[in-house]
Design a binder for this molecule. Structure first.
Ligand code: BTN
Length: 255
């Protein structure tokens, strides 16, 4: 079997009290160290400019949740579009193994429990031309905040592990467990892609035939969920019965 992280994972864990965004720190480190940066992890108590997908802000009260990023330098044949899904599965399996709670992924890779968002993943890349030099994977999990501590407009959309478990959760233990799952799923996406896709499809919150509202390329439309494709794309049937493969965007609602 091929080695995924050439120097192991994590190679180094850099801890911070307050940062702009852990993704920014990881990107700077990748620029500075090149290939040597593979496997480095950056974790912070607070982000002044935490960001989510679609240029949204990522809210997290200081010292309560999990905010980290890591660097992955893929080989040329690595299926990079599966990376966010591999991280999503790592989160789902961590939650299952620590708390025996069922969590699912809303496409592309929001982590949901009981229909509410508990975590998100933001993967950014550094490329030269069309060649990817490295990936920065940022992970945010709502751990010990209370829903009331989120901005009002998010309060009916989010959940935290503390709310679900009705007790404080050991953030460090959660982090260390998740770090062990990540290389396993990143490797599985390459070495056992079919098994990976089977697990991924079962881990989606969407069921075949569900009515979805999908946002892609500046438009929002309704369609029926079919499956997840080999590259992580969303496969849906539109109102005229045509099968579409959606690469960028997100499921806005799953009715
Ligand atoms: C999303 O669901 O929109 C993705 C959220 C990703 C948030 C994490 S927190 C750590 C890392 N640093 C950031 O600025 N964003 C990611």
């Amino acid at each position: 079997m091929r080695k995924i992280f050439r120097n192991g994972f994590p190679t180094i864990i850099k801890r911070y009290d307050e940062v702009t965004s852990t993704n920014d720190l990881a990107m700077e480190y990748l620029f500075e160290k090149g290939k040597e940066a593979d496997g480095a992890v950056f974790i912070a108590e607070y982000q002044k400019k935490g960001r989510g997908r679609e240029e949204r802000e990522w809210f997290s009260k200081k010292g309560e949740n999990l905010l980290f990023s890591f660097i992955f330098i893929p080989e040329e044949d690595y299926p990079v579009t599966l990376i966010p899904f591999a991280i999503g599965l790592s989160v789902i399996f961590t939650i299952e193994s620590l708390f025996k709670i069922d969590s699912k992924m809303k496409w592309p890779n929001d982590i949901y429990i009981k229909g509410k968002k508990i975590g998100g993943i933001l993967v950014e890349s550094k490329s030269v031309g069309s060649k990817i030099i490295g990936l920065i994977a940022g992970v945010g999990i709502n751990i010990n905040s209370k829903v009331e501590e989120f901005p009002v407009f998010l309060q009916n959309k989010v959940l935290t592990l503390k709310d679900v478990m009705k007790m404080d959760v050991d953030r460090e233990y959660f982090f260390q467990t998740l770090l062990k799952e990540i290389p396993f799923f990143i490797e599985m996406a390459l070495e056992k892609k079919n098994d990976f896709l089977t697990i991924l499809r079962k881990s989606m919150v969407h069921k075949k035939g569900d009515l979805l509202k999908v946002s892609t390329g500046g438009e929002i439309f309704e369609c029926r969920y079919q499956s997840i494709g080999e590259e992580g794309e969303l496969i849906v049937k539109n109102e005229r019965g045509k099968i579409l493969k959606i690469i960028g965007g997100e499921v806005v609602e799953n009715f």
